[in-house]
Design a protein around this ligand. Sequence first.
Ligand code: SF4
Ligand code: SF4
Length: 104
Amino acid sequence: MATFTVTLPGGKLWTPQYAEAINEDKCIGCGRCFKVCGRDVLQLVGLTEDGERIAVSADPEDDDEDEEYEKKVMTIANPENCVGCEACMKICPKKCYTHTTAEV
Ligand code: SF4
Ligand code: SF4
């Protein structure tokens, strides 16, 4: 097994770091990570009193359903789409993300 790396057009090696987990206790549901991810990986969800999870819009302009949820958190809904760019981790103000390399 070896760590998956990519050779960039300029010849440099790049090791993608894939989004592995989001710490839901730390996440404030701000949506910043969602905005920077261009790969349709992330989904904001509302956690109800009963622990139910309901997909909600990450756009603050659609913020009319707040009362139904105890809290909103970001989730990694489509991990298979992640290209390991780490943009989500870099923009997160609460350091919620864990990233990992892939083995091949
Ligand atoms: S690492 Fe990049 S592609 Fe993967 S979830 Fe974060 S922003 Fe999206
Ligand atoms: S940027 Fe961080 S705090 Fe904001 S929604 Fe994403 S994971 Fe949560």
